[in-house]
Design a binder for this molecule. Sequence first.
Ligand code: SF4
Ligand code: SF4
Length: 360
Amino acid sequence: MPDSHQPDSYQLVETMLQQPLPNGDVVCNLCLWRCRLQHGQRGFCQAHVNRNGTLYNLSYGIISAIEVESIRNKPVYHYRPDSRVMSIGSYGCNFRCKGCHNLDISWGVDALDKLARGQSTDAWIGPQQIIETALKHGVDGIAFTYSEPAVWLEYVVDVSKLAHEAGLFTVYVSNSFVTDEALEIMAPHIDVLCSDIKSLSAEFYRDVCPVSTVDQVLGSIEKAANLGIHVETRTNVIPTKNDNPEELASIAEWIRDHLGKDSPWHVTKFFPAYKLSHLPATDNAIIEQAAAAGRELGLQHVYAHTDISCDCATENAPVSAWLELDPDALDEVNKCSATCCGDEGILVKKFEREAGLLAK
Ligand code: SF4
Ligand code: SF4
């Protein structure tokens, strides 16, 4: 999207990094899925749709959750450690983690279906209004979080530009399944990356996320650091999935060798959720042992977290609570542009089917 154009009401916004093909298909290069979409199809994240040979982001300005909190909750400990951020997120994610705590947000199918049909009553908040809200609440930065921010990068970049102009810093909380092209676009506008390293095992990523490859994730994290973004990493230790001491030690070694001894590593506790509800919460001793092993391997800043897990949004106040607007007025906004719905309907679940997430 051109720098000069920021919509002042809801509309479909053209997807960044789209690659049209002669037959009308379009490839999205925001994340490493690189979805190739026919007219009427939506990407794996559900947030981008092909309408007659052009890709559009459905979720630009649609806020699913908002919260003011310490930057330490992200967790980020080595960038402006006493600061507060306003965390925001939308709908859709490029992973489908079996232990996700944010299903309504990350899968977001219901909300994104309604957006595609023009039936949404979710709050639309333009970039300028987000900045004004952040300044009103006296925060120091904006954090894009709750699901993978790459799936609404158009909004993330627009908000981040205004944030820097207003003297606010920006934090990007990620699974790092993003393309080099997306990283290069975001790098001038993002100050901090807090990234998961869920495992070094390709089998873990296939089983729990699923579908991504660990090499791609690690490559993205290293690229972000090389682009000058302050990087802190986080590993959520899940019983029987990635709690093997050797595997956790190998993550620490990777951080030491690729990001540096002084790169912060946060080891967090798993709490049961969704398809991993049958597993127990992680024993605190495992968290402490993994952290101790990281320190023995030379990492200088390792933090054991036994009280926080994923970036859970379930306790957040409604978006309207943060705005000086009549909440009813937000609901009056019709989210459908005139040419919104394609003949082929709104949703072809091709990608979910290919990933084995749907019944055949
Ligand atoms: S999952 Fe979404 S962001 Fe990723 S390539 Fe597909 S459409 Fe683009
Ligand atoms: S755990 Fe994070 S990366 Fe995984 S589906 Fe949920 S929001 Fe997305």
